[in-house]
Design a protein around this ligand. Sequence first.
Ligand SMILES: Cc1ncc(COP(=O)(O)O)c(C=O)c1O
Length: 429
Amino acid sequence: MNHSDEDINKIWHPFTSLVGVQDPIHIVKAEGVYLHTEDGRKILDAVSSWWVNIHGHGNKVIAEAIYKQALLLEHVIFAGFTHKPAITLSKNILSILPENQSKVFFSDDGSTAVEVGLKMALQFWHNKGIKRNKIIAIDGAYHGDTFGAMSVSGPSAFNAPFSSFLFDVDFIDFPSGHNDEEVIRQFEKLIKGENIAAFIFEPLVQGAGGMRMYSNKTLDILISHAKSKNIICIADEVMTGFGRTGKLFASDYLQNKPDIFCLSKGITGGFLPLGVTTCSQEIVEAFLSDDISRTFFHGHSYTANPIACAAANASFKLLTSAECQANIVRITSKQIEFVTKTKNHPFVSDCRSLGTIVAVELKASETSYFSDLRNKIYPFFIEQDILLRPLGNVIYIMPPYIITNSELSFVHRAIEDFLNQLTEENNQS
Ligand SMILES: Cc1ncc(COP(=O)(O)O)c(C=O)c1O
């Protein structure tokens, strides 16, 4: 039995149908922007392996930090105990977040970071003895796959089988640029009542929803309206955090600062799973009580795992280095050039970028995640040894920050080739 059969017999892969899909590609090693396959191919990872791998694969600084930490302290229960990697990481994270952030709570991944943010916000009101039990979110959002995170994600095929188990959430329309005033009015109407506990959003870019980008001015207005009603604002920066949008956090483009931040993905440079939720002092104060029932009774076995924290501290050093910041600026300007060149292509309905992210939205009759175009796009690039995983009819690049100009140009050219192929096919039909 070869590796591929063994995999198919035993493993259930994420977001993957159990029938009618290509065999998974077997990776034996990864270095820089390249994934090395069992049969000797080198695939350029243009999506940072689900958006986590910000410094490229096999980074030696992070690998060594993990090795050293594993020899010293691999894990310890985080209730009643603490350790230096977690303390250092909390100082590091708070040093780059807005000043209103005061405490760090650890979890395992993006979904649990969001789950913690939601529970903190809901318990904040519970502890104060005030009945606020509604959450506002933005249509098309994706906040993760646990039940709370699914509830605040826009209704979609992903969460449809569970819809009757999800809690009730008010969704405002996505502010597309054409309807922002209307969206602000919807929001104002929703917050007229006194029962809204929190407003959760992916600041400036909805990731899994199709790399949809929206105005920081509009989000600022929504947050300021929310704050006027003491509604807790939760920024889900799981995807946008750690430099993706050109600034360290997408919220750095905002005047009004969120009360809670949910972080994960790039935090360990893509080496180990780790989630973090931070909050303002005002939130902390609702939990400062001798009354045990006001405690935040939440935690996971691997909370603040020392090895994951050590990886995150090493990644933090790399991220805040002048070299990495210069790379982010360099990639940002290359992506802008690409947008200028590509946006008027006849098969492109929209081409946009923010920081290191670029998205090319193709004209299509079906624009959802399940667009047929996906079945054309993914294999086209894999055949050219490029990993680009489209979101329906949206091709996007989210590269590791170490990608060189020529590697990025190679990806840009491959997208241009794909668009030209669509033109040729259209001319022939
Ligand atoms: C904005 C956002 N929030 C939460 C999540 C969930 O993160 P995880 O897959 O690590 O649970 C994702 C994942 O793509 C995300 O993009």
